[in-house]
Design a protein around this ligand. Structure first.
Ligand SMILES: Nc1ncnc2c1ncn2[C@@H]1O[C@H](COP(=O)(O)OP(=O)(O)OP(=O)(O)O)[C@@H](O)[C@H]1O
Ligand SMILES: [Mg+2]
Length: 361
């Protein structure tokens, strides 16, 4: 098996998205613990690494996507000229990340994804190979550092999903690279990044692309956790069927900033319908699971944290509250709804803090 990795650069230009954020932690030991570890949010649409540099958190994002084209000199030359990173395997050229999406557009091809509905397509060797390469590209080689990565529960609506194998495979890739992996649910990561002043107590929901994950944490301990195999991709898929346009077009229009409280046409109305449908489904499933868990009694109102790319839609919080009200009450009072200010990166940040926490115990 030969794998040739083009060493032009590690990431495609468009993937080198680095957002720096000052951290608001005064304790020196805490900063030192964070400096030694990494947080990796492995997502169906985006894979994000959080890492401390100086006293700032640095995020690197790569789109969890790839494109394979024929291994021909003219393609290689073109990719080299444009400094697009690629690898060669079994007579195919593989481009990963945002560059794959751009190149797919140029060749009128469909971009492929190594993950579907929140988990790695493990039966497909190509997807596993790409994921290994993608993770290596973003995290590099390790030297015994702890890394906390995100992994989902078995989704309630897809009970046959092998999330355990997914978790194992990602852990193995990280171990092979020289890290000490640990993993938590991505909604649990939210309590580390968004609920510090609430003593890590609240309902945390991450609305991603392939999945939505929710967890109730009390003093940092996950008490009720659910995953459902529905997220932004579900909204795209359903709206595309309803409107007779491709999912890619739905996604592009959706991401331009549709105001969910003021749909302008049939397309936007369909989008709002499926957003509400998703929110309702998640809340109903959470309440079912909560009620099935015995003896949870929450005396005081608690916050609800909302994050994930799907929550970036304009007025998502209003639609969320409206849907909650339509459904009646949650089994506890809500103190406030916290919309994460950086909805995608905050998960990687929480994973970074979780890794640091496990080091200091
Ligand atoms: N401005 C926006 N408005 C609405 N949706 C958006 C916006 N930006 C991104 N999204 C959607 O967010 C989703 C990606 O979010 P995120 O990166 O949190 O998912 P992920 O972590 O890759 O997926 P998962 O956790 O389900 O595996 C996609 O469905 C994308 O279309
Ligand atoms: Mg995610």
């Amino acid at each position: 098996m030969t794998i040739i990795v083009n060493t032009n650069s590690n990431l495609g230009r468009a993937d080198k998205k680095e957002v720096k954020q000052n951290i608001d932690i005064k304790k020196k030991e805490k900063i030192m613990a964070i400096a030694k570890v990494l947080g990796l949010d492995v997502g169906t649409s985006n894979t994000v690494l959080a890492k401390l540099e100086g006293e700032q958190i640095n995020y690197t994002t790569i789109r969890t996507a790839f494109l394979d084209i024929e291994d021909m000199p003219m393609f290689k030359n073109m990719l080299n000229r444009q400094k697009i990173p690629f690898m060669v395997h079994n007579k195919k050229l593989y481009i990963i990340g945002e560059s794959a999406i751009e190149t797919a557009g140029a060749y009128s091809k469909e971009v492929k994804r190594p993950m579907k509905k929140g988990i790695l397509v493990a039966k497909d060797q190509e997807s596993v190979m790409i994921m290994r390469h993608l993770i290596e590209t973003i995290v590099g080689k390790g030297n015994g550092e702890k890394i906390c990565y995100s992994s989902p529960e078995i989704p309630l609506d897809e009970p046959d999903f092998d999330t355990l194998y997914h978790k194992e495979l990602i852990g193995k890739i990280l171990k092979d690279l020289g890290y000490i992996p640990m993993s938590i649910n991505e909604s649990h990561a939210l309590s580390y990044s968004e609920l510090v002043k609430y003593n890590f107590t609240g309902l945390n929901i991450s609305f991603g692309a392939g999945m939505t994950n929710a967890v109730l944490t009390i003093n940092g301990v996950p008490v009720v956790t659910i995953s459902v195999a529905k997220g932004g991709d579900y909204i795209d898929r359903m709206t595309s069927k309803m409107q007779g346009i491709t999912e890619t077009i739905v996604q592009i229009r959706k991401e331009t900033g549709v105001d969910l409280t003021a749909p302008k046409d049939n397309f936007e109305q369909a989008l709002v319908f499926y957003y509400k449908n998703l929110i309702r489904f998640v809340i109903e499933k959470f309440i079912e699971r909560f009620n099935a868990s015995s003896n949870i009694f929450i005396k005081k109102p608690i916050p609800v944290v909302i994050a994930g790319g799907t929550s970036k839609a304009v007025n998502f919080n209003k639609i969320f509250t409206e849907t909650l009200n339509e459904l009646g009450k949650l089994p506890f009072e809500i103190e406030t709804i916290i919309m994460a200010s950086d909805p995608i990166n905050t998960i990687a940040k929480g994973l970074l803090f979780a890794a640091a926490e496990s080091e200091t115990k």
